[in-house]
Structures are given as structure tokens and as C-alpha cells.
Design a protein around this ligand. Structure first.
Ligand SMILES: CC(C)(COP(=O)(O)OP(=O)(O)OC[C@H]1O[C@@H](n2cnc3c(N)ncnc32)[C@H](O)[C@@H]1OP(=O)(O)O)[C@@H](O)C(=O)NCCC(=O)NCCS
Length: 294
């Protein structure tokens, strides 16, 4: 599993402790300023990416608008133009403000839980796990609006482009982190709570012996290691951890670590900061110095 960078990096944690809470609108504005500043450094260092940065970030009017532009750009193809996708995503965000809230929380989760990055611009431009989650959010919105075929198109395209196959019916909380994302499969009646982290090669599937409500229910704060297969309509309790390579066939109690094939309890799982990625706060001080804080 990936260690929490804040737990292992005192200087970063120190910065967190100096933070003061800010209204959501201010935090979003600070994150947007930060993203634009980082975008400039991308162009300075890699002028070849200037067009991408211009279209995605410089021309955008908010952080979530930049995300919609980037995801539309990656999903566009001969069947559907980028503008058509972008318009659809913009309508979804106008209609449902929880999508915007979730985009910000997912971005915070990527910074919080991926020790390989401390720049917002990296998930926004490059991380296919982040893009796959946002594609799913748009697909889920389409499905709830009765636009099943558009939703299925997005699922299909996400599977093709991001190697991530999530049924559009799946309700997904906020602060989701898909590390690498390759090979993730999530079945129709699965549920994914808040602040869940999922590594590559995970299946939230059915056993093949059940019909109807047949997929796992993953509660808040759960970590699912690479290659784990969780099968059946079983609860994965809050803050549980599933070891890489496990096959989980039985419910997992909260705060429990399971491992093996079939998986068995092997220890307890802490949940010290279940809502950290949702509590991301950008202080004015941090914004001025462009230090990312959570
Ligand atoms: C194998 C399978 C079909 C179940 O077959 P079954 O004959 O009904 O087996 P049961 O559920 O009665 O379990 C029998 C034993 O096998 C074990 N077992 C079942 N599935 C297993 C698996 N995938 N890996 C390891 N052990 C497994 C059970 O723990 C049980 O062990 P026990 O007798 O020591 O308690 C099912 O578990 C499975 O793996 N289906 C594939 C589902 C899949 O690929 N889903 C992805 C959808 S996207």
C-alpha cells in the first residue's frame, strides 16, 4: 500500500498544523490560482505542452472547468468531438454541484495519498485514475438523467482509454483515489463510499452465483490493494484494508485488515484521518508560497 505522505513527512505535517479553516469558495479559488501558477511552470519547462496547457487550463474559468476540458479531450474521438463532450460535462456540473465538490475532493485525495506528486497540475493533466473517476461521475449523472446510452458510451470509452471499467450505475462518494487505475472493474450494484483508495487490477464483482444486488459495498475510508478481487454482495466495513492479491468472499468488519486467498482477517486497520482528503485546506500563507497543504 502507499504510505500516507503526511504521516511520514513531518515538515509537511507541520505545515498542516499551521492552517486555518477557510470557506469552501476561498479554498477553491486558492486551488485554482495554484493550478494556474503550476501550469505556467509546465509551459516554461516543456514548451511542447503549451497547446495542451492553453486549451486545458489557461482558457478555463475554474479548476473544475479545466478538469472537464481535459477529460473531454482525452475521451474525444471519431465518434464524439471534444466540444460535444465538454458541453455535456459542463451541463452536468451546472446541474449537480456535488460533482464539482467531488472533483475538488478527488484532486485533494490524489495529492494527499500519492507520495509521487505534490502538484495539482499532474492529476489534472496526466493521471488517468483521476480522469477515470471524473468520467464515471459524468456517466453516472447521464444515467440518473435517463441518458443510458450516453452513460454506456462514456463507460466504454473510459474502459478503452483509461483501462478502467466502472458501471455508470455505481454511486461513488468523494475523495476517491485510483492509483494507476489500470484494470479496475466495478460491477453494476457495487457502492463506493467516501475517501476510498483503490490500486490497479482490482475487481468489485459478483460471484456469478447471485442475481440482482450482487456486488460489494465498500464503505468510507477503505483501502483496496493491487489485484484484490472482492466478490459478492458483501460489506467492506469502514477503514478496512484489503491486502494486494486477496480474494475476498466474506464481509470484512470495520477497521480490519484482510489478506489471502480466500481472504482472512490478519490484523486491525487504523483510520486515523478518515476525512483528511475532504478537509483539504489551502491557507493564504500556503497559497502565497505555493506550498500545497491539506
Ligand atoms: C468459484 C466460484 C464460482 C464459487 O464456486 P462454488 O463452487 O459455489 O464455491 P463456494 O462459494 O461454495 O466456495 C467453496 C470453497 O471455495 C472457496 N472459494 C470460492 N471461490 C474462491 C476463489 N475465487 N478463490 C479461492 N477460493 C474460493 C470458498 O472460500 C470455499 O472454501 P471453504 O469450503 O474452505 O469454505 C466463485 O467464488 C468465483 O470465484 N466466481 C468467479 C467470479 C468472478 O470472476 N467475478 C468477476 C466478475 S467481474
Amino acid at each position: 500500500m502507499r504510505s500516507n505522505p503526511l504521516a511520514s513527512n513531518p515538515s509537511r505535517a507541520d505545515r498542516v498544523l499551521r492552517l486555518v479553516p477557510q470557506p469552501e469558495a476561498e479554498r477553491r479559488d486558492l486551488a485554482w490560482q495554484r493550478l494556474r501558477a503550476e501550469a505556467q511552470t509546465v509551459v516554461d519547462g516543456s514548451p511542447e505542452l503549451a497547446t495542451l496547457v492553453l486549451r486545458t487550463i489557461v482558457n478555463a474559468h475554474s479548476l473544475e472547468d479545466a478538469v472537464a476540458r481535459r477529460v473531454a479531450g482525452r475521451l474525444a474521438g471519431a465518434d464524439l468531438a471534444q466540444d460535444v463532450l465538454y458541453d455535456a460535462f459542463s451541463r452536468a456540473m451546472d446541474d449537480d454541484s456535488t460533482i464539482v465538490t467531488a472533483i475538488h475532493a478527488d484532486l485533494a485525495a490524489a495529492i494527499d495519498r500519492d507520495p509521487a506528486t505534490d502538484r495539482l497540475v499532474e492529476p489534472v493533466l496526466f493521471f488517468k485514475g483521476f480522469h477515470a473517476i471524473q468520467t464515471h461521475r459524468f456517466a453516472h449523472w447521464m444515467l440518473t438523467k435517463g441518458r443510458r446510452d450516453f452513460a454506456l458510451y462514456l463507460q466504454s470509452r473510459s474502459s478503452e482509454i483509461f483501462q478502467t471499467d466502472i458501471n455508470p450505475a455505481v454511486p461513488m462518494g468523494h475523495g476517491i483515489f485510483l492509483d494507476h487505475a489500470t484494470g479496475l472493474v466495478v460491477g453494476e450494484t457495487a457502492v463506493i463510499g467516501n475517501n476510498v483508495s483503490i490500486l490497479q487490477g482490482v475487481t468489485l464483482g459478483g460471484t456469478g452465483k447471485e442475481s440482482g444486488d450482487r456486488h460489494p459495498k465498500v464503505r468510507n475510508g477503505v483501502l483496496i490493494g493491487a489485484g484484490a478481487k472482492i466478490l459478492g454482495n458483501i460489506e467492506i466495513g469502514h477503514c478496512a484494508r484489503v491486502a494486494a492479491g486477496s480474494v475476498v468472499l466474506q464481509a470484512v468488519p470495520p477497521n480490519t485488515t484482510v489478506a489471502g486467498v480466500p481472504a482472512k482477517a490478519v490484523g486491525t486497520a487504523g483510520c486515523a484521518e478518515p476525512a483528511r482528503s475532504m478537509d483539504q485546506i489551502l491557507s493564504r500563507e500556503a497559497a502565497e508560497s505555493f506550498v500545497y497543504v491539506i
